[in-house]
Design a protein around this ligand. Structure first.
Ligand SMILES: [Zn+2]
Ligand SMILES: [Zn+2]
Length: 172
């Protein structure tokens, strides 16, 4: 069997339809904004998405340094992949690591990260931690209402969804 993306031999099953892809090929596809199987349109297999998302983080970290905002946005995407795989503890670990970087403590990145973090904590039954996290979001929002006035940033923050532009590091 060959990778459906580069047509070279190898790869692993990445979808219930049995389509094969190399993880770096899948990672490149995800960075172009694809979230579904290019053959059957089903959601990609969650562990394959986690592994590919981890590659996108490692590549950006190697090229730009671990503190770069693009790396943090890709970590948010990785955390979403862990959530989709039902691994909330690992999602939380990734989001906490974003919170611990300078770029992770500013603007829409901070807010998106904290909203996702609170969601992960709720899934883990950590209601007090989730409440404190949401209180931090509230304080930050009060001094950053312009972020919510921007429809693009509002969508990024409130839907906990990183977009193609975020992954490319185009957002401030
Ligand atoms: Zn390939
Ligand atoms: Zn498929």
């Amino acid at each position: 069997m060959a990778c459906v993306l580069c047509l070279e031999e190898g790869g692993r099953s990445v979808c219930q339809c049995g389509v094969m892809a190399h993880l770096p090929c899948l990672a490149a596809l995800m960075l172009r904004g694809y979230e579904r199987c290019i053959v059957c349109r089903a959601r990609l297999e969650s562990r394959a998405v986690v592994l590919a998302a981890r590659l996108t983080v490692n590549d950006a970290s190697f090229a730009l340094g671990p503190e770069h905002a693009k790396v943090q946005w890709r970590k948010l995407h990785l955390a979403s992949a862990y959530v989709a795989a039902g691994d909330y503890a690992e999602a939380k670990r990734v989001l906490v690591s974003v919170s611990e970087t300078a770029s992770g403590r500013t603007g829409s990145l901070f807010l998106a990260c904290q909203v996702d973090l609170a969601r992960a904590m709720i899934k883990l039954g950590e209601m007090r931690e989730a409440k404190h996290t949401l209180e931090r979001v509230n304080v930050c929002l009060e001094s950053n209402l312009h972020l919510l006035a921007d429809p693009y940033k509002r969508r990024t923050i409130l839907r906990g969804k990183t977009s193609h532009d975020d992954l490319q590091g185009n957002q401030g």
